[in-house]
Design a protein around this ligand. Structure first.
Ligand code: XBP
Ligand code: MG
Length: 248
């Protein structure tokens, strides 16, 4: 076997929903249901149904998937894409209002980890499927009004053609950072997110959330119940361990 030449840690890439905060059940789900009411739709996504719908990433994509599986009569209407986009914009409006209430808090350990990374000069970035405004609202209402500026890159929503589990968003973020994947670590809560980061070649820590704890996280570098015990030493160790390569 050949020598091990490790990498140094340059950046940590955070997923948003489920990782920074448990936003799905009491945030996004509620906002979708509020939008349905505004559009006079008698739909209600309960906690269990929403858990199933989360298999599809992206709010617009999730609505379309719901139509295909539960309300096919809506699919034939003219201007379907535009209608879904308007329904989703209304949902985003409600989600932003929910963020302002301050009821959605960061998950344990998140604030401390972000502070440690900043103190140690490790760059931080966001790689998420959610709408960009949602990210800014969550950050401002939890970490503080200036906190979006702490992140070198915020990659979100429709900025890439294919959402998680496709690698596009992680690839886009590391391209923006100008870093090779080997110098980064992703932190995710879902199998869709894990697959996305791994497909971009990025080692990934999983901190499972309410909706994802039963998923299969094989391929993860580390699986944690929350981020309270994750420290700089552990992060440096993870990125420096390289698979052995055969000698010639
Ligand atoms: C989670 C998602 C998003 C949110 C809803 O993203 O898949 O679609 O559920 O947000 P991640 P939008 O875990 O990558 O942060 O309605 O704005 O898509
Ligand atoms: Mg997530």
């Amino acid at each position: 076997m050949g020598a091990l030449d490790g990498y140094t840690l340059s950046a940590v890439l955070f997923d948003v929903d489920g990782t920074l905060a448990d936003t799905e059940r009491d945030g996004h789900r509620v906002a979708f249901n509020q939008a349905f009411r505004d559009f006079d739709l008698d739909w209600h996504w309960d906690v269990t149904l929403y858990g199933e719908l989360l298999a599809i990433t992206g709010g617009k994509e999730r609505i379309r998937h719901y139509l295909q599986n539960y309300r096919p009569e809506f699919l034939s209407q003219n201007g379907l894409d535009q209608w879904i986009a308007e329904l989703h914009r209304t949902k985003t409006h409600h989600f932003l209002n929910l963020m302002k209430t301050g009821e959605i808090q960061l998950r344990p350990g998140v604030m401390n980890l972000i502070q440690q990374l900043r103190t140690n000069g490790i760059r931080i970035a966001i790689a998420t499927t959610t709408t960009p405004e949602n990210v800014i609202a969550l950050l401002e209402n939890t970490l503080g009004i200036d906190s979006p500026d702490w992140f070198d890159v915020i990659g979100a929503g429709d900025i890439v053609p294919h959402k998680k589990p496709a690698p596009d968003i992680y690839q886009w973020v590391i391209d923006q950072l100008g870093l090779p994947a080997e110098h980064c670590i992703a932190i995710e809560d879902s199998v869709n997110g894990l697959e996305s980061a791994l497909a971009a070649g990025i080692k990934t820590i999983v901190t499972s959330s309410e909706y994802t704890h039963a998923q299969n996280f094989s391929g993860a570098s580390l699986i944690l119940p929350d981020l309270t015990r994750l420290d700089m030493e552990e992060l440096h160790k993870l990125v420096s361990v390289q698979a052995e390569t055969p000698s010639d």
